[in-house]
Design a protein around this ligand. Structure first.
Ligand SMILES: Cc1ncc(COP(=O)(O)O)c(C=O)c1O
Length: 394
């Protein structure tokens, strides 16, 4: 692994956060803490293999670059989608061979491209002519994967405004340009949008990919890589099953030839559900109505939107919370407004959770916090970032 061997705690049957809190003395903790269940990542990997056997996952490192998780996925045999030199470095440091990596950032600084070249990471996406000229100059024997735009009608984080060329006119023009420069186009890619809610979007995109394959073959290219991107859910396995059915049907229809290698770039699928963030209430205020009745309880936690909860701002995540009081079910619930620790009013985690009237020192847990949280968090206002405890089933 890239950075030391972490301590891994083992559990039987099911990971109980309540038991972890009791047994690890977390009640005394001053800082927020991530509980990472590595077995959840393994279970997701098994699910992927069962439902999408023809499609090899290339984990999108940007989603969570925790070296322990990256090493685990490397050991499980996944490939990796890297966006930068440092992500390439991290993955290569986990003993991953360059063929298992796609440099899936269509606009890379030259120094990052040179690093990829030095380490023989040959597959990379491209969606504009300037990048093609850049590749011609700096990495002319790389494999160009033309990324086209084909978005879902609904997604948590659409990506099409930033990346992906028009699938008809522009993609073919880019392929012609590549041909004229003696570059090698070997496939196509798309991303329907992260947190995709319009499942048919995959079928639409795979169909467009087929047309581009035909065009590439007309130009004499050996088109052998289809990359179906990300967009898979992190905690809704039922939805993942439906997406798998659509993708498998579409792949069978448009890409029956098994010589075409099909990959995907799942990020949140692998890691979202593996993390529970444990926060402590370090201050509270009670807001009463004119009649003096308790209306809202405001809690101030030791992590907020500048830290792990950046996913609320950037990933449009709606968080859910759990508490660990014994008599919880019998207690009255109150509208709870939850703030982060900084002196900034934007630092609001949630305003419509229902919780019993908790006290300073009580813990609140937030499940499904593994995607687009860890790598983006900042220690704004001097509040430290959470450490991570790793768990695994025996
Ligand atoms: C190029 C690329 N691939 C893959 C992903 C991962 O997407 P998801 O987390 O939806 O699987 C992203 C996310 O932004 C991305 O930009």
């Amino acid at each position: 692994m890239a950075s030391g061997v972490p301590e891994i705690h083992y559990y039987e049957h099911e990971l109980s956060i309540r038991r972890v809190i009791e047994e690890s003395g977390l009640q005394d903790l001053d800082q927020a803490l991530n509980i990472c269940d590595l077995s959840s990542v393994e279970q997701k990997h098994r699910l992927w293999q069962r439902l999408l056997p023809r499609i090899r996952p290339y984990y999108a490192v940007k989603c969570n670059d925790d070296p322990v998780v990256v090493q685990l996925l490397a050991d499980l045999g996944t490939g990796f989608d890297c966006a930068s030199k440092n992500e390439l470095k991290l993955v290569l440091g986990c003993n991953v061979s360059p063929e298992r990596i796609i440099f899936a950032n269509p606009c890379r600084p030259v120094s990052h491209l040179e690093y990829a070249k030095e380490h023989q990471v040959a597959n990379g996406t491209v969606d504009n002519e300037f990048e093609i000229y850049k590749l011609h100059k700096h990495y002319s024997n790389s494999n160009l994967i033309v990324r086209f735009k084909s978005e879902a009608k609904e997604a948590q984080c659409p990506l099409g405004d930033k990346f992906g060329c028009d699938a008809d006119v522009d993609a073919t023009a880019l392929m012609l340009l590549a041909k004229s420069l003696n570059l090698k186009v070997t496939g196509t890619s798309f991303h329907v949008g992260s947190g995709c809610s319009e499942l048919e979007a995959y079928d639409r995109a795979i169909k467009k990919a087929k047309n581009l394959f035909k065009f590439g073959e007309l130009l004499g290219y050996d088109m052998d890589l289809l990359d179906i991107g990300g967009g898979f859910p992190g905690s809704d396995d039922g939805k993942f099953e439906k997406i798998s059915e659509i993708v498998n049907t579409s792949v069978e229809r448009y890409f029956p030839d098994e010589r075409v290698k099909i990959i995907a770039e799942p990020g949140r699928f692998f890691v979202a559900a593996a993390y529970t963030l444990i926060c402590k209430i370090h201050a509270k205020r009670e807001v009463r109505n004119e009649a003096g009745k308790l209306d809202t309880v405001m809690y101030y936690l030791n992590d907020g939107v500048y830290g792990s909860f950046n996913c609320i701002l950037y990933d449009h995540q709606v968080v859910t919370a759990e508490h660990y009081l014994d008599e919880a079910n019998s207690l009255p619930q109150f509208k709870s407004l939850i703030w982060g620790p900084s002196c900034d009013a934007l630092d609001k985690i949630s305003e419509d959770l229902l919780l019993p009237n908790l006290n300073r020192g009580d813990l609140i847990g937030f499940p499904n916090m593994g995607a687009y949280t860890v790598p983006i968090a900042s220690p704004f206002n001097g509040f430290e970032l959470p450490k991570t405890l790793y768990f695994r089933a025996i």
